[in-house]
Design a protein around this ligand. Sequence first.
Ligand code: SAH
Ligand code: SF4
Ligand code: F3S
Length: 481
Amino acid sequence: MSERSNAGRPGGNSRKVFIKTYGCQMNVYDSQRMGDALAKDGYEPTEAIENADLVLINTCHIREKAAEKIYSELGRIRVLKAERAARGESMQVGITGCVAQAEGAEIIQRAPVVDLVVGPQTYHRLPEALSRVALGEKVVDTEYAVEDKFTHLPKQEARQIARRGVTAFLTVQEGCDKFCTFCVVPYTRGAEVSRPRADIVLEARRLADAGVRELTLLGQNVNAWLGEDAGGAETGLAGLLYELAEIPGIARLRYTTSHPRDMDEALIEAHRDLPSLMPYLHLPVQSGSDRILKAMNRRHRAADYLFLLDKIRDARPDMALSGDFIVGFPGETDADFEATMQLVRQVGYAQAYSFKYSPRPGTPGATMEDHVREEVKTERLERLQKLLREQQEAFQKSFVGKVTDVLIEKPGRHAGQAVGRSPFLLPVVVPVDAGQIGDIVSVTISQSLANSLMAEGAEAQPVASQDRSDPLTRPEIRSFA
Ligand code: SAH
Ligand code: SF4
Ligand code: F3S
């Protein structure tokens, strides 16, 4: 990202902001919106941290490792800040996101290099906070703002959207009321709030007008989204999806992350009836043991989850499933872990994430008895990941020799190649002449690679210099890919 702009600072050099994002897609979306807010204030993005007047680290608190990483990063930033100071240049350092919310002012005590701590609900107040920092203040803003950050953040401009490509995230819901006993999200993101339908539709239209073809609706509990339809009647996520599917240009819809308890009939039917709703569902189960599910406060049993999957597969037989798993939750026995392995064998996942349980301060899990030894967690995680990897490989291989649709997203790593995704979210390398960025093309899969598929014709291209007549070199997209 190296676009030149002096917006907001007539005649002067514009300031540069470096934003690094950890954690979930909602943080990715938030980072983009903070970037938009700062662009209005005259900041241009940079990928070279040493040139940044402002460094923002958008953080994740979900596991200890994720949170601790921030402090080692701040150690490196301290050196860069000192180097800039020696050159007479300043560097403001801000921590945003879920660590900011969870640790607040403690962050500045532990790492005095930090000037600013802003929680996820107050990003719209960032420019004001920065002007206080410029006056030498240390600012901590982790209130749950009364006003809604989404309505106060500036709208994305077509130029900014085009730069980000033909797929986009759109946060429709934030926060969580589920209080799973291992999880910090209800504390860092607050109570469940749904954005109003009209705002979401407006934003989706703006994205579509700027060339976006695929929308992924985001929420910590996205399928708990609740709103009113155009006639004022209450509607859930399914109603919203039907409305978004009508927007010209939007060819694909996805949503993540869902809780099994909120997968209602209407949403399952939408998977049967709405062709643009992609057949890929991230539906975390965490464990296959009823005892552990209860201790986790997931509020469903393994059999409920399997029954739900049957209904979903009845509606959409080719549905690919993804999930999250935690191994070594307090009290997890060998038998509990075997129940998880058994559930995974029964479901057959296309893809999945799995983690060792990490006790988080302030959550009920942290103070439970019978914590599982680290070596046991490691051994269980290895076994689970081996099984999940085998399933992923089998899923990918099932496409070899078959025709699949690909939405072309960006140029590939090698000349002659472009990269897109299949309906099942698998990256597919296609020949560059298969189509333009934003096109959905049908290709035959020739090979399954580690984490992607190769389409026929893509592997045969010589690695040569870029041809300027390459159909993918549409400058407005290419320069930011
Ligand atoms: N809202 C989503 C996921 C939120 S966090 C849901 O309800 O599923 C993403 C994943 O991180 C979780 O699904 C869980 O598998 C994992 N996770 C959350 N807290 C964790 C912890 N304390 N230790 C290990 N993994 C955790
Ligand atoms: Fe965390 Fe559970 Fe809420 Fe997901 S549903 S965000 S795991 S508390
Ligand atoms: Fe992490 Fe916060 Fe997302 S804790 S997973 S960044 S909601």
